[in-house]
Design a protein around this ligand. Structure first.
Ligand SMILES: [Zn+2]
Length: 374
């Protein structure tokens, strides 16, 4: 009897272990970022620490707004635009080129004039699918708006290209794309990559459901931008809507701040312009400002990240002078990058940039940090 019991316990124990290993495998992308930290070539050595974001900001935040289309009431857009201008926040608007396949944006229309105004305010105009609708979803367990869910790579390529051409024809060549209802998948990544998009923001945070735990997910990251399947395309995961889930937003933000993540939060038209939502948005933006975030549109963040991930540093000493050399293999500059000198005995610094640039030298300030353009 005792032998039998032992056998049963062993059997269940092994089963439980296997189940836990399977869950660990499927959710690896969730805890990976917590273990690895930011995937950049150089963070620090014995002599210096290099900031992740401009002016040493501890975390990046991207305001994004989805669903602006030819049918969005313009007074709704204007209310948000005015608030963002007052708060001095520049963000990214993911625009639907041809809402429901029936309402294309057209040259000279009031909506396009509004897009021009948004761009003058410093915002980025990016692409949100094509129609935000797919007939292929009928009778399936996804929203009709989840446009990319059941489309082949070729179908996605064609509609994204049509949307891009339409926006480009209106004077807004998009550099970034967000899949409607975050319906992006591997086929979307490949289509965007073939079309030469700089970045995609096609997935959001995974829901905490048994499906998340038990089914394998796309290879991805949550906290830092990443190249899916080794493509050139940079993907940036979107976080939750702070006007809908303020508590969850704050919890996520605190984790990201601690680890230098990218906190890309989303809002939707027309809900965002209801007075209560605008007030909540204002509160969260002010809070993020106090936390020292770097706010920027997603294309800017992508360029920064591509350069920051690859830049490499070497240091050496000459008496009391610290010599700092670097290589930035990307085509993008890193302006106001913060270098902090660790060794308290060093009194001077000398920066030796690559060819064609003047070396710079000086006394290390009491803050022990200097800002450089790379
Ligand atoms: Zn949408």
């Amino acid at each position: 009897m005792r032998k039998k019991l032992r056998k049963i316990l062993l059997f269940f124990g092994l089963g439980l272990l296997l189940l836990l290993a399977w869950i660990g495998y499927n959710t690896g992308y969730i805890w990976r970022d917590y273990l690895s930290g930011p995937p950049v070539r150089f963070r620090e050595n014995r002599e210096i620490v290099v900031g992740l974001y401009p002016r040493g900001a501890p975390v990046a935040a991207v305001f994004t707004s989805d669903d602006l289309s030819a049918v969005t009431p313009l007074e709704v857009v204007e209310r948000l635009r005015v608030l963002l201008r007052e708060l001095e926040v520049r963000g990214t608007f993911f625009v639907i080129p041809n809402h429901l396949g029936q309402y294309p944006l057209s040259a000279g229309s009031p909506t396009v004039k509004m897009l021009e105004q948004l761009r003058r305010d410093g915002h980025e105009i990016a692409q949100h699918g094509w129609a935000h609708y797919s007939e292929k979803n009928r009778g399936r367990s996804v929203k009709m708006g989840a446009e990319m869910a059941y489309l082949s790579e070729e179908e996605q390529y064609q509609i994204i290209r049509r949307g891009r051409d339409l926006l480009t024809g209106l004077g807004f060549p998009p550099r970034g794309h967000r899949s409607p209802c975050f319906s992006g998948n591997r086929r979307t990544f490949r289509a965007l990559d073939r079309l030469g998009f700089l970045y995609g923001s096609d997935l959001d945070l995974p829901p905490t459901t048994p499906k998340t735990l038990l089914l394998p997910s796309l290879p991805r990251r949550l906290m830092y931008p990443y190249h899916p399947d080794g493509l050139n395309l940079l993907e940036i995961t979107s976080q939750t809507d702070p006007t809908v889930r303020p508590k969850k937003t704050l919890k996520i933000f605190r984790r990201y701040r601690k680890r230098g993540g990218v906190f890309a939060f989303l809002t939707h038209f027309p809900q965002i312009s209801e007075p209560g939502n605008l007030a909540r948005l204002e509160r969260i933006i002010k809070f993020l400002r106090e936390e020292g975030v770097w706010f920027c549109p997603m294309a800017e963040l992508s360029e920064w990240w591509l350069a920051r991930a690859e830049v490499d540093f070497q240091t050496g000493r000459e008496g009391e002078t610290l010599i700092i050399r670097w290589v930035n293999p990307s085509p993008y500059p890193l302006n106001d990058l913060e270098i902090t000198i660790k060794d308290p005995d060093m009194k001077f610094f000398r920066l030796l940039p690559g060819e064609g640039k003047e070396p710079r030298q000086g006394e290390i300030p009491p803050s022990r940090s200097i800002l450089v353009d790379i």
